[in-house]
Design a protein around this ligand. Structure first.
Ligand code: TXA
Ligand code: MG
Length: 307
């Protein structure tokens, strides 16, 4: 079904262009990770500062092992969660052709194997990894459907793969001697890691360790008010679960049955719809702070941050 668009995307990537493609988490905007000009183009179209590194996407672990040093825990996590919403921060091997601009001249690079057939089919066709951040303008929200693509990115070649099945970005982590530290919360929850690896000590970094964890980030255009217990007349409502909250402008419920997976799937799309409504601000109902709820609350806190 997508064969033709994959062939076209491949051609463009070989020419050093950028393309937008689906993954199971959010859409990515990718280019040849070994080509400096192609990598530069990503930062330019996204208006992203060069010091915020990109994730390299691969189709299999052998290609990752060619370029990176994997320690025992990296291999354990990779076997458990790849392909999937896990980004491992790995040390580049001497001689790796991955361009230094991908990771702000650091030897530590974020790597992942996405769990999406189109993304995997595309990457398999290439003889280089795909450097790809989320397909949005820097500081704005990630997108989970091509309908939500920013106008400024609409001239870029894009493979439409429907709605992203998970809806929140990958979890970025680095392994340590005792376990791992989480640099960005994401679709892979701390609970899921603990369930598989109960002996791991898991640290979460609340501060700014991952450069993408700037305070103001993942933000729609309208202001956000989190943990809302009421809704003002000029506010749209992003609701969660059953309650009496109501907006005079527009309401959307992430999950009436309070299911965090369903809420994650709807999260960015609903924020985008409400952003376009005639509200002055978006009030967000409280979301339980565990599992995927912790990730959504992290994004909402950054979106609500006023500097
Ligand atoms: O699900 C995802 O991760 C999506 C899809 C397209 O794969 N990608 C994504 O990329 O969200 P991006 O660039 O929007 O976010 C990547 C995050 C940023 O917070 C970045 O700072 C962090 O990963 N990151 C990337 N490389 C890193 C590195 N070498 N060290 C520390 N953090 C890194
Ligand atoms: Mg992003």
């Amino acid at each position: 079904m997508h064969e033709k668009t994959i062939v076209e995307a491949k051609k463009r990537l070989f020419r050093g262009e950028v393309v937008i493609f689906p993954t199971e988490t959010v859409y990515g905007i990718g280019s040849n990770a070994e080509n400096e000009d192609a990598v530069k183009l990503i930062y330019k179209v996204k208006k992203r500062p060069l010091n915020n590194p990109l994730i390299c996407h691969f189709s299999n672990i052998r290609e990752i092992e060619k370029n990176f040093i994997l320690k025992e825990k990296d291999i354990e996590l990779a076997k458990a969660f790849w392909p999937g919403p896990l980004t491992l921060i790995l040390k580049k091997k001497e001689g790796s052709k991955i361009n230094t601009l991908v990771s702000n001249n650091q030897s530590l690079v974020g790597c992942r194997i996405p769990n999406n057939e189109i993304a995997l089919d595309l990457i398999k066709e290439l003889d280089f990894p795909l450097a790809a951040p989320s397909a949005n303008i820097a500081t704005k929200t990630s997108i989970t459907s091509i309908n939500d693509l920013d106008n400024e990115l609409k001239n870029i070649f894009c493979i439409d793969g429907g709605s992203s099945v998970l809806g929140l970005e990958s979890t970025v982590l680095q392994t340590t001697k005792e376990g791992c530290k989480i640099l960005r919360l994401g679709s892979l929850t701390i609970e899921e890691i603990k369930k598989k690896f109960s002996e791991y000590k898991i640290e979460t970094i609340e501060s700014n360790l991952s450069p993408g964890n700037q305070l103001k980030h993942y933000s729609p255009n309208k202001a956000i008010r989190i943990n809302a217990e009421n809704v003002f007349d000029d506010e749209a409502l992003l609701n969660f679960g059953k309650n009496n909250l109501k907006s005079k402008i527009e309401d959307l419920n992430l999950s009436i049955r309070a299911d965090l997976s369903e809420a994650s799937y709807n999260f960015y799309n609903f924020l985008n719809i409400l952003d376009k409504s005639k509200c002055n601000r978006i009030a967000v109902a409280p979301i339980p702070n565990h599992g995927l709820g912790k990730t959504m609350n992290d994004r909402l806190k950054r979106a609500a941050y006023e500097d």
